[in-house]
Ligand binder design. Sequence first.
Ligand SMILES: Nc1ncnc2c1ncn2[C@@H]1O[C@H](COP(=O)(O)OP(=O)(O)O)[C@@H](O)[C@H]1O
Ligand SMILES: [Mg+2]
Length: 307
Amino acid sequence: MGCVNVKKQTKLRMKVTPSSTVVTDNSRRSSYELPSPSPSDYEPLSFLGAGGFAEVTACKHIRTKSIKAQKKIPKSKLKPYHLHQSKKPKEVHILESLDHPNIVSFFEYFEDRENYYLITEICKGNSLYSNLIKSGKFSEKKVKESMFQVLQAVEYLHDKKIVHRDIKPENVLLTSSNGSHVKLSDFGSADEIGVNKKLFGGFGSVFYLAPEVIIGEYNEKVDIWSCGVMMWVLLTGKQPYIEKDAKTIKERIVQRPLQPCQIELGGLSCDGLDFMKKMLEVDSEKRISATEALEHKWFEDCRKKYE
Ligand SMILES: Nc1ncnc2c1ncn2[C@@H]1O[C@H](COP(=O)(O)OP(=O)(O)O)[C@@H](O)[C@H]1O
Ligand SMILES: [Mg+2]
């Protein structure tokens, strides 16, 4: 999840915080009421990860014994614009409408006085970010496989007029530790974009912000820019900007945004470089769309494998 005052950028270093136990008192629930989901339906297991907003733990659904992920978001962290008119977090409203093999499946949500709890499928292979920390950088083949799947999720979202606004390696999860199936997660910064409607506001994580997000109004093409930055980060294992604080990074993005360079990306194929250039096109009108991206020559082998 991102925020209006752009998130403090996570360093390329693993962050581990302790898991939490969730207990609520359901004893006074009337036996005539349909049981509504509650934190006590789940037994917390191990810690999976934490972001700027939430803490995520593996949990067991006590009745069915199935293992899921539970994202606990303190209500104190959410602003009114994080809530849908139905009073649910927008993240829940959006997740409920999604069904795609490259998007984390959502099951149910509940709340107590302090927190919202989102139950989703568990992705046992951790995030691309954690995997990048372990391996330093990814091969072009691995990056291509991940990008192709993420862009399939992005195409689906954009067709549904949903903008993710926080695409980065921390929010792309591997379903298993030895596989290559990835799923886009964390819809805490996502929003719906009506026909011809523009979005405003600096959601997302600073390194991945498109120049137009910092300048003013924008549309779904910001996700493509973030994909371009993510591709660069996965290939190099480096942070895209050397500037230290969010304000200077934002100034840098407006004045001299990330541009792919053959020397830095040593070994990247000509097709890969051309593809990255098209995603990191500063003019969002000219920037490639998700559908066009999936048709790029670089993905020729992926199209055969995944379609
Ligand atoms: N479904 C899941 N399965 C496994 N790990 C997860 C899952 N969802 C989130 N995580 C881990 O928890 C971290 C934080 O979750 P995220 O939804 O991104 O929270 P935030 O909104 O605070 O950024 C992720 O970067 C990832 O490491
Ligand atoms: Mg996140």
